[in-house]
Design a protein around this ligand. Sequence first.
Ligand code: GLC
Length: 570
Amino acid sequence: MDGGKGNVDGTKGGMRDGWKRSGLSNVNSHCSLAEMDGYDISKLRIKSKLNSERQRSYDERSLSELTSGLSKCLEGYECMYSPGRASAYSPGSCEWNSFEPHPIFVDAWESLRRCLVNFRGQPVGTIAACDHASEEVLNYDQVFVRDFVPSAMAFLMNGEPDIVKNFLLKTLQLQGWEKKVDRFKLGEGAMPASFKVLHDPVRKTDTIAADFGESAIGRVAPVDSGFWWIILLRAYTKSTGDLSLAETPDCQRGMKLILTLCLSEGFDTFPTLLCADGCSMIDRRMGIYGYPIEIQALFFMALRSALVMLKHDEEGRDFIERIVRRLHALSFHMRSYFWLDFQQLNDIYRYKTEEYSHTAVNKFNVIPDSIPDWLFDFMPGRGGYFVGNVSPARMDFRWFALGNCVAILSSLATPDQSSAIMDLLEARWDELVGEMPIKICYPALDCHEWRIVTGCDPKNTRWSYHNGGSWPVLLWLLTAACIKTGRPQIARRAIDIAESRLLKDSWPEYYDGKLGRYIGKQARKYQTWSIAGYLVAKMMLEDPSTLGMISLEEDKLMKPIIRRSSSWTC
Ligand code: GLC
């Protein structure tokens, strides 16, 4: 990556800016425009090598820091930084060199740049949607933390890290605000769901208004924002090799404040994080309260990311030790109790209930009758996934895309589990991908269940929006997971499907229907993360070495899982 002198506004002229505007500057800044259309694989390889070299210096530093005086326990995490071997995908082995810029790739870059938001002359983020045709703006004119992540990845991959740095610093400042809902003060570490830049044309001043959940529907604080912030800080550091940002006292403090919120001790008997409904991408009532997979997977990834960025001073060491302990417990819990495949399903189907004491096989007292009918047909002989939620007498058996992809990317899933998630995706392609990648969750809630679980939410009717709708933004996470598991052809297939519709349909926020055939009932057009998600997917497939920005290698020293079926009977 080119070290980051990029100009996100593309205001300066010249060939280099022209490339930047079309999103191709990272290929090679010295090739001619004519070469751009069918550009040369050797240049891509040079760039990949450069990436690896730059990343190596950061990794080596992280490694040496990690080894300086830390417990044996921690050494298990050293291998997470593995430059140059970010994926099981070997560049020479498959079709990555067949990438050709699609007309929609160029359009996507232009559309993404139209969504940029400036604060006092500096770009600080992208608004959620630039849908000028829509009458209601709602809060889509704000910069959402989670929505900005794919935009940030696109800018980083294109050698434009400044906007990402500005965003990280601006949100860090917002974290420092006193946050109140009515008379209740929120935890110091809470990061906003979104912020809005207010331009005063008369006074020529810019101010910021932030929403920490107090304006959101349901007034839920976004648990995912802080995790995405940490994950993005690592992506920035990894991609630029610029350690100095993560090392600033402000960033160190920001991380610690987020960690304090989620590592604090309470009444918990599980290492997972207890959450309110609607606290993540699914930001309204959808029955994800408890221990939603999306948050657990992001929590795991954020902990692993923080681990390599925290300084080893006295306070830092304390956090590091707590993180290591939590990661061990969390990975065991998730891999054992959230994992479902044919064998596990059969075990649960035969569970006894009302067991007491440590010898209980059915630890959460799941009643076999609560297994939904659809699952018996849905579960393939080969394949598996992390279920949506596990808590007392409650297994939410729904499949969720984001949690399963992030589980693969963070190596919360073991290599076998990662492959199984991909096997399931292939086996259930029509249900999960169909005519638009990819379902946010499967299946949809309907009738009585919809009434009870969503509170009759008219936006979340069956196969729409969060309730089984198809979200193009998830394409980038799907692509990254495919590359990591060595199955780029699955990503290629999904991207081809998305490409056939996204531009024509003006980049909708989501699609509706069992197969994802229809533009969503209330979907915005020119939804920024649909645009950025596509761009990142496309660029990542073109240059798989960029996967390292969002992927963490398996921790080889982490104890192998004891599968529930055996652990519960011993
Ligand atoms: C909706 C989505 C949420 C997203 C926001 C902005 O509220 O549910 O995930 O962040 O729109 O796009």
